[in-house]
Design a protein around this ligand. Structure first.
Ligand SMILES: C[S@@+](CC[C@H](N)C(=O)[O-])C[C@H]1O[C@@H](n2cnc3c(N)ncnc32)[C@H](O)[C@@H]1O
Length: 224
């Protein structure tokens, strides 16, 4: 049986925002790896741990937990050590989950770890699944009933750092027949059609003419 590694997004800090898919994945895991900023692997201040514990209590299950010391210093040696914990877990267990706050696709440790795993453990990378979650800004928007974007407005997510930024652009709401020539891609662009619906298509590259309204293009930032 193939080992599975799940990168599970837990949503924006409230167990009620955990998706059903994330809940089921955690319930079916053999072990859950939870990040902690505490050197001594204490979970006292860990929000992710609190969410997982709430799920254990509310849904009546209990899974072994492995702490993953995560100092958030953006050091390769820290990510490497975290990867070793995950890889070691997959050697001992068939289904391993690693949890993260918000959505894994937005400024999360998950992709630093996956970049390393992809090179050092391609088999685990192939058998890894990332589960999407509710972002902090989606939750913020909902709390005050203010849309992030509507009609002809767009949305920017900008890290507050004093450096030149690489950019990911998401193009949404096309009309059918729209000629995508106008999109000047900067990085790696993908076309996503009918995600999770009948006829789902994920195409590396830009579809020339939009066929379906449920199409979005993501021009992912280019890595160094
Ligand atoms: C490392 S990023 C993680 C973002 C997360 N993956 C997401 O999908 O929202 C952490 C930043 O997200 C924002 N953030 C995350 N959770 C938040 C919360 N509960 N309230 C306010 N801001 C939050 C803050 O700007 C914080 O500095």
């Amino acid at each position: 049986m193939d080992k599975k590694l799940y990168m599970v997004s837990l949503g924006a800090g409230d167990a009620e925002l955990v998706t059903l898919k994330a809940l089921k994945t955690l319930q079916n895991s053999d072990v859950i790896c939870i990040p902690t900023k505490d050197k001594n692997d204490n979970f006292k201040k860990s929000i992710t741990h609190k969410i997982v514990q709430t799920l254990f209590n509310d849904f009546g299950f209990q899974i072994k937990i492995i702490p993953v010391y995560t100092p958030m210093k953006f050091k390769v040696s820290d990510w490497q050590r975290q990867v070793e914990i995950l890889v070691n877990a997959t050697e001992n267990y068939d289904k391993v989950s690693f949890v993260t706050l918000g959505d894994a696709g937005v400024y999360s440790t998950v992709y630093y770890l996956l970049d390393i795993i992809k090179v050092q453990n391609p088999q685990i990378y192939e058998n890894c699944e990332v589960l999407a979650g509710v972002t902090s800004f989606s939750e913020a928007s909902a709390k005050i009933k203010k849309p992030l974007c509507v009609g002809d407005s767009s949305l920017s997510i900008v890290p507050l750092i004093d450096r030149k930024l690489k950019n990911t652009t998401i193009y949404m709401r096309p009309v059918r027949g729209f000629d995508t020539q106008i999109i000047k891609e900067q990085g790696d662009i993908y076309t996503f059609e009918n995600l999770n619906f009948k006829g789902e298509k994920i195409i590396k590259g830009k579809k020339k003419i939009v066929e379906k309204y449920m199409t979005l293009f993501i021009d992912f930032f280019k890595k160094d």
